[in-house]
Design a protein around this ligand. Structure first.
Ligand code: FES
Length: 218
C-alpha cells in the first residue's frame, strides 16, 4: 500500500477534513490502480468525518476519485448503509426478511422500538439510538438476526432484544462486538464461526480497519 500524494486541487477539496481522515483517504486511494475504485470506502470515511454522507462529503469524494458528483451520489443513494442523516450512537438494525420474519422478527423489531422509544426508521432526540429494519443479512439459519453498528447477534428473542437495548443504554460498550453480544443476547447461530472475533465496531459504520471504524476487543 502506497499512500497517494494529493494534487493541489485534491488538497483544496479535502482541506476541511481532519488530518486522520486525510491520511485514511490517501491510504485508501493508494490501494487501487484506478481512483474510482475507492469511491465506496471513501464514502465511509466521509461518513466518519461528517457523521453521515453530506452533499459536501460527496463533493470531496468526487474530487478525489475523478468521478462526477452525480456518479458519487448514485453510489451513495443506491446502498442503504450510506446514511444521509445523522445517526444515533448505536444503529440497531433488525432483519425482517423471510426467515427472520417467520421466526418472529416483527416482534423483535417492535420490542426494540418500544424499549428504545425510537420508531423504525428514526433516530431518538438524544441521539443514542437509530432503529431500522433491514433486508436479509445472509445468516438465515440464525434467525431472527439483529445488528448493532453492523455487529451481528443471532437467535434474538423479543425479551433478549429488550435486554440488549437496556445494556446499550446503561453504559453500553465503546467497542461493540458480535462475540460479546452473541454470548449475552443471542442463541442459535447459523453456523459455528470457527475463529474468535478480534475487532468490533466503534461507530455506526461497518467495523473495518481501513475505514478507521474498528478496534480490538479483549
Ligand atoms: S432472513 Fe434474516 S438473515 Fe436472512
Amino acid at each position: 500500500m502506497n499512500p497517494v500524494t494529493f494534487t493541489a486541487e485534491e488538497l483544496e477539496a479535502i482541506q476541511g477534513w481532519s488530518t486522520d481522515s486525510q491520511t485514511l483517504a490517501s491510504e485508501i486511494l493508494g490501494r487501487y490502480p484506478d481512483k474510482r475504485s475507492a469511491v465506496m470506502p471513501l464514502l465511509y470515511v466521509s461518513m466518519i468525518e461528517n457523521g453521515y454522507v453530506t452533499a459536501e462529503g460527496m463533493k470531496v469524494v468526487a474530487a478525489l476519485t475523478g468521478m462526477t458528483g452525480a456518479q458519487v451520489q448514485a453510489v451513495a443513494s443506491f446502498y442503504s448503509m450510506y446514511k444521509r442523516e445523522e445517526l444515533g450512537e448505536y444503529l440497531i438494525s433488525v432483519c425482517t426478511s423471510i426467515s427472520c420474519f417467520l421466526l418472529g422478527a416483527d416482534d423483535v423489531l417492535a420490542a426494540v422500538a418500544d424499549e428504545t422509544g425510537v420508531p423504525d426508521g428514526e433516530t431518538g432526540d438524544d441521539r443514542k439510538f437509530t432503529v431500522e429494519h433491514v433486508e436479509c443479512n445472509g445468516a438465515c439459519g440464525g434467525a431472527p438476526v439483529v445488528l448493532v453498528n453492523y455487529e451481528m447477534v443471532e437467535g434474538v428473542t423479543p425479551d433478549k432484544a429488550r435486554e440488549l437495548v437496556r445494556w446499550l443504554r446503561d453504559g453500553g460498550p465503546d467497542v461493540v462486538s458480535t462475540e460479546e453480544m452473541q454470548q449475552l443476547f443471542g442463541s442459535r447461530k447459523s453456523f459455528d464461526w470457527g475463529v474468535r472475533e478480534i475487532e468490533g465496531a466503534v461507530l455506526p459504520v461497518p467495523a473495518f480497519g481501513p475505514y478507521g471504524s474498528a478496534k480490538g476487543v479483549s
